[in-house]
Design a protein around this ligand. Structure first.
Ligand code: ADP
Ligand code: MG
Length: 363
């Protein structure tokens, strides 16, 4: 197991990159702590696989260095880095049995037969294929083959890190939950450094201690699920995480007040003067609906009952705004205003969160 350091890392697939737009991965400096479980979350094309493949050694970064426990591995191949990687689609040896597929990485390392047998049996159970260990991989469904790929990734105990690139894409939905639970258990049992790539926030938030959110080739925030919820460092994190995501309003800032349209919103602190585009973000969980009085004037478009709470779809001057209402709480009669819980308010300048002291917070 190892601490992984990304040192001034950036990658362009172009031979002579000019502007920032030419970089699939913008400059990044970060330590991935030894033994921690990370999720790498972002929409398709944002650079997740590029980053993962650089860490595993499948791709050499055009700029910067990768270090394992302080040692430069930038020019080392995947095998030398001692990493297990599982991809989105199955990679199995069709002519081998399920058992031999699982045993392959262990035989490669020259483990004693007895140890291999025990470990394969255990992993076979973890992926739910104990009964099929002696079958040939050929003819199995894509789903079963992907489970074998996962098992091969999980079988070695001595790896520096375990990397998963959207490994559950072809897996049946109810099996996904089971396999994710097994991965978590594997992490608890062995404490490997794990990086799990996904575009699914639920997967990321349930799997990881820390979530690394990427947007357009950039890491915009690294935080616990709670930090991403309470203090999104970038408006993208606000939109992308939560369902529905954070409400974002264009605003003008003046000390301890923001103005949204004609409405003055008191802020939880005093902010320094800004020069960029200012926005106020507030999650639906902190948005309250009332009749008359203070607040932004809204009309109710639609109410969706999702069980635990109701989602109120509101309209403010043509912009959709969402609020949550706990189950059992009635919609106030004549409701036409929203106000915000001060602790739920975040302010953004050019999409990056600013804190009440006016300091831009690092991602
Ligand atoms: P993700 O895994 O988040 O979907 P990728 O890392 O695969 O994103 O891709 C990031 C960007 O780099 C995309 O714009 C993609 O088109 C581009 N890209 C990925 N692989 C290559 C490649 N081999 N050659 C050129 N461009 C690539
Ligand atoms: Mg990808």
């Amino acid at each position: 197991m190892a601490k992984i350091t990304l040192d001034n890392l950036a990658h362009s697939y172009l031979p002579n990159p000019g502007s920032e737009d030419d970089f699939a991965l913008k400059e990044l400096n970060h330590d991935w702590n030894d033994g921690e479980a990370y999720a790498l979350l972002g929409s398709s094309g944002c650079g997740k696989s590029t980053l993962l493949n650089i860490i595993s050694g499948l791709l050499r970064p055009s700029h910067g260095r990768v270090l394992f426990d302080g040692q430069d591995v930038t020019d080392q191949a995947t095998a030398e880095r001692n990493i297990a990687q599982v991809f989105q689609f199955p990679v199995v040896y069709d002519t081998m049995s399920v058992r031999d597929n699982l045993a392959f990485p262990l035989r490669n390392r020259g483990l004693p037969a007895d140890e291999i047998r025990k470990r394969v049996q255990k992993v076979g159970a973890m992926i739910g294929m104990e009964a099929e260990l002696n079958r040939k991989a050929r003819g199995l469904t894509a789903d079963a083959k992907q489970k074998i790929s996962l098992g091969r990734g999980m079988v070695r105990e001595d790896v520096n890190a375990l990397l998963f690139d959207e490994p559950l894409t072809v897996i049946d939905p109810h099996m996904k939950w089971e396999l994710r639970t097994q991965l978590k258990k594997l992490h608890q049992d062995f404490g490997h450094t794990m990086i799990y790539v996904t575009h699914d926030q639920t997967e990321a938030l349930t799997f990881a201690d820390k979530v690394v959110v990427m947007y357009d080739g950039r890491v915009v925030q690294i935080g616990t699920p709670q930090e991403l919820f309470e203090r999104p460092a970038h408006t993208f994190v606000g939109y992308f995480i939560g369902s529905p995501g954070m409400n974002v309003f264009d605003a003008q800032l003046s000390g301890a007040e923001a103005r949204i349209g004609d409405t003055v919103v008191p802020l939880p602190g005093t902010y320094a003067a800004t020069t960029g585009k200012v926005q106020l973000g507030v999650r639906p969980e902190f948005t309250r609906l009332s009749a008359g009085g203070e607040g932004l004037p809204v009309t109710i478009r639609r109410i969706e009952d999702v069980g635990r709470h109701k989602i109120l779809r509101l309209d403010w001057q043509g912009q959709e705004v969402n609020a949550l209402l706990p189950e059992g709480t009635p919609v106030p009669a004549g409701a036409d205003r929203i106000t915000f819980d001060p602790e739920g308010i975040n302010l953004y300048e050019n999409d990056w969160r600013i804190s009440p002291q006016g300091r831009r917070e690092a991602a």
